[in-house]
Design a protein around this ligand. Structure first.
Ligand SMILES: [Zn+2]
Length: 326
């Protein structure tokens, strides 16, 4: 297990760069250590490779799927698609198309705000959780019309098999679905109710990254999804790219190098969103300009540019206190 003082190849800044008063979300690291001891830390999005494969699918099929007729644009897109195949195998494109179709289909059922259910199982009000998980406290355009349901289920589910990490999942976004599911986290495993709710919100920020990735984000055209994943992959490949403090991304492994890389890039994106939302001070001093740009372009998009992560974090901290005061 990696030390909390290290994350990937990036040097942790001097402690004094952090504000004196710790936020609820920094305090809950203690709870996370308990989870890690129990093996419940994986926040997976299931693999793109699980969906159907189409034999003989080529970049030209995807170009046709995008409906691009201009020859220059076709050439440009083809180069990008060939690059994608190099990173993630030729199967990748046919899977991407089938997942986009599934997302488009599922998105038709999504109402403007997510349904929140099941938190009564852990002594919390679903309506109270709705005061926390909405676009007053998260970037506009990342929740409404994007998430069908945020649910808690008292079940244990094994970690995404492609990750080869063992352990249980704490939360997930299922393949090409628009629901966030919390799985089997219990209040009693935390030192306080505040730590528990703080941890749920922390994990929510990670899953929100998955909901807004190149597969699950339901506002992107097929060709935009290609740019999105290529830009995230390019940032991931830089020698000093951001890594989570728990060593989660780097510990993913799979005998298939294409699959391992894809799983790592998926989690890298979710971790960038999570850190930006829940540890904005750390993000401010650790993200490269390229990583900051990824968040602005692909996560905040045109609707979320006014979002201030530090103000939102403070507001969520107050709401967590309020929820737990009852
Ligand atoms: Zn994840």
């Amino acid at each position: 297990m990696k030390s909390f003082e290290n994350f990937g190849g990036t040097k942790l800044p001097e402690k004094k760069s952090f504000p004196e008063k710790k936020t609820i979300f920094e305090r809950v690291e203690k709870s996370l250590k308990i989870f890690m001891a129990m093996g419940i830390v994986v926040l997976g999005a299931d693999s793109i490779f699980e969906s159907r494969l189409v034999k003989g699918y080529t970049p030209d099929h995807y170009i046709k799927y995008c409906g691009i007729e201009n020859e220059l644009q076709q050439k440009d897109l083809k180069l990008k698609l060939i690059e994608l195949e190099k990173h993630f195998s030729p199967q990748f494109l046919s899977n991407l198309e089938s997942l986009i179709e599934k997302i488009n289909h599922n998105s038709r059922e999504i109402t403007s705000t997510p349904k929140i259910e099941g938190f009564e199982n852990v002594g919390l009000g679903n309506e109270e959780m709705a005061t926390l998980w909405n676009e007053n406290n998260y970037p506009a355009g990342t929740i409404n019309g994007k998430i069908g349901k945020i649910g808690y289920q008292n079940i244990s589910k094994k970690n995404t098999k492609e990750y080869h990490m063992g352990g249980m999942k704490a939360a997930e976004v299922a393949p090409a679905e628009n629901d966030i599911k919390f799985l089997g986290l219990k209040n009693k495993e935390h030192s306080s109710k505040k730590d528990f709710v703080g941890t749920l919100d922390w994990y929510f920020s990670h899953e929100l990254g998955h909901i807004n990735d190149w597969v699950h984000g339901n506002e992107f055209k097929p060709e935009e999804r290609v740019d999105f994943i290529l830009e995230v992959t390019s940032a991931f490949d830089k020698p000093d790219s951001f890594r989570d403090r728990m060593g989660y991304i780097n510990s993913i492994n799979n005998p298939n190098p294409h699959l391992e890389k894809y799983c790592k890039v998926v989690e890298y994106w979710a971790v960038l969103c999570e850190c930006y939302l829940t540890f904005p001070d750390l993000a401010a001093i650790s993200f490269s300009p390229e990583e900051r740009n990824l968040i602005e372009k692909w996560f905040l998009g045109k609707n979320g540019q006014k979002f201030n992560p530090k103000d939102a974090l403070a507001k969520r901290g107050e709401l967590v206190e309020k929820i737990c005061a009852k």
